[in-house]
Design a protein around this ligand. Structure first.
Ligand SMILES: [Zn+2]
Length: 362
């Protein structure tokens, strides 16, 4: 009886670079024995010194992990498919690009340090963008264009006419419509390969951890401080990298917070008193400010997924459209930070409206 076995990239040197081979056996154990006899070396890569499959290697029979079945004694039938997936630190997942995808991403694939391997990493990645407004629009469009496999969007607002100059995911025919839905439609128009997951909810202390948990990178693209602190604290608690940006009037800021290397509270430990700082509605937002800062957030997100370049971590990038000037200042983790410091006092999510003084009236 013959079974198709999908071979992960790190093991393909044993199979002459073949991604799929056939092997025989009525159980997974027999099948792996046959693989070893056909392609010597498999046994040493698949089993530890005690002859067990180590935790960093998962074997799936017809899409189910075999430890949830009968382990190595899981029975196989004609036509079954077995997939071997190792946890390759930074390696590319075993995804085959279609001819159309090779064409679509061809200008990226030829880039040094990108290649098909980088493209496969993007296709396996899950990015959550909080907000589909001024910053979220370009971030989402470029992430979708680059082929990030799963894009989560947190958004519960509806499109208004004052959004249209800068929120380029939404159009006249979307006015009054859910921005999450119009964003999903616009992204599908650009790249139908992307799996867009909508979280049409107001992010809160009750749901933030559940929403964020399943993603690799979190991109806050929000316009209010309560959500900014909420997303920050949730990312620290879940040890998720966060690519942060904000825009107001003619200016923008961007930085990256990696787990254990500082957070938004290290930079701004507490929000300003309510009413002291202007909001986008009161101070305005130049439409191109998010158009400049959003793609920078997007690039930093891609760099984290691809493992290339120097992350904008430990640095705060400042943009001034009137001076047409970019500057950088150094920032660092604060050991006394309430959430990511050596002795954190915030160890679960709190009431962020109260923290930001919104409940006190504004
Ligand atoms: Zn911190």
């Amino acid at each position: 009886m013959s079974t198709e076995v999908r071979i992960p990239a790190p093991f393909r040197r044993l199979t002459g670079n073949r991604a799929r081979v056939r092997a025989h056996g009525s159980t997974v154990r027999q099948l792996l024995g046959d693989l070893e006899s056909q392609f010597p070396g498999f046994h040493g890569m698949l089993f530890d010194e005690q002859g067990r499959i180590p935790p960093h290697i998962k074997i799936y029979a017809n899409g189910q992990e075999i430890t949830a079945l009968a382990g190595l004694d899981t029975e196989l039938r004609e036509g079954d498919q077995v997939t071997i997936i190792p946890a390759t630190a930074g390696g590319a997942p075993d995804i085959e690009l279609t001819a159309e995808q090779r064409e679509r991403y061809s200008r990226h694939i030829v880039l040094p340090r990108w290649g098909e391997e980088g493209q496969r990493k993007l296709m396996a990645a899950k990015v959550l963008v909080v907000g589909a407004g001024g910053l979220g629009s370009p971030v989402l469009l470029y992430l979708a264009g680059a082929g990030v496999g799963t894009l989560g969007i947190v958004e519960f607002d509806t499109a208004e006419i004052s959004n249209l100059p800068r929120q380029i995911l939404h159009h006249m025919h979307d006015l009054g419509r859910s921005k999450a839905q119009s964003a999903k439609g616009a992204l599908a128009d650009n790249n139908p390969d992307v799996n867009v997951v909508l979280h049409e909810t107001c992010l809160s202390a009750e749901n933030a951890l559940d929403v964020i948990r399943g993603y690799d990178v979190v991109v806050p693209a929000v316009d209010n401080l309560a959500t900014r602190y909420l997303v920050n604290d949730a990312c620290v608690l879940l040890r998720k990298p966060m690519v942060e940006a904000s825009v107001l009037a003619y200016e923008g800021q961007c930085t990256v917070f990696l787990p254990g290397q500082g957070c938004y509270r290290c930079l701004y430990p507490a929000p300003p008193p309510p009413g002291l700082m202007p909001t986008p509605a009161s101070a305005g937002v130049l439409s191109i400010t998010p158009a400049v800062m959003g793609p920078i957030q997007e690039m930093e997100t891609l760099k984290l997924i691809l493992g290339i370049g120097d992350a904008l971590s430990g640095r705060l990038l400042l943009f001034d459209a009137l001076a047409m000037e970019f500057r950088q200042v150094k920032i660092r983790r604060d050991p006394n930070c309430a959430v990511c410091g050596d002795h954190p006092t915030v160890t679960s999510l709190i009431d962020y409206d109260e923290f930001c003084g919104i409940a006190a009236g504004r």
